[in-house]
Design a binder for this molecule. Structure first.
Ligand SMILES: [Cu+2]
Length: 113
């Protein structure tokens, strides 16, 4: 009986250790290396410098408003609803000027060095 209890505990520990981080798009999380917050129709920070290979989490902090982060030909998060986030990995050096497809006046820049 004691042995069975020990096995159950071990199985629970194994399951807990296998809990993987949620894939993007998903709830806003601090798991990505760097985060761009989308708030008050702005990308914050407006210009972000990262090293090649960095995963950037675009986190929409505006309830009830959907945004995108889009650089045609380079990346597109698709629609990110309020309270949600989408992750983009920047594997190439360069400057990526992006905007929100829904609110084209919203602009941001990712500088990958
Ligand atoms: Cu927008």
């Amino acid at each position: 009986m004691k042995r069975i209890a020990a096995c159950a505990a071990l199985a629970a520990a194994l399951l807990a250790s296998q809990a993987a981080p949620a894939a993007a798009p998903g709830p806003a999380q601090a798991s990505a290396a760097t985060t761009v917050r989308i708030k008050n129709f702005e990308f914050l920070p407006g210009t972000l410098h990262v090293s090649k290979g960095t995963r950037v989490l675009f986190s929409n902090a505006t309830a009830g408003t959907t945004h995108t982060a889009t650089d045609r030909g380079a990346f597109d998060t698709g629609q990110i609803k309020g309270g949600r986030a989408a992750e983009v990995r920047f594997g190439q050096k360069g400057t990526f000027s992006y905007h929100c497809k829904i609110h084209p006046f919203m602009h941001g820049k990712i500088v990958v060095g």
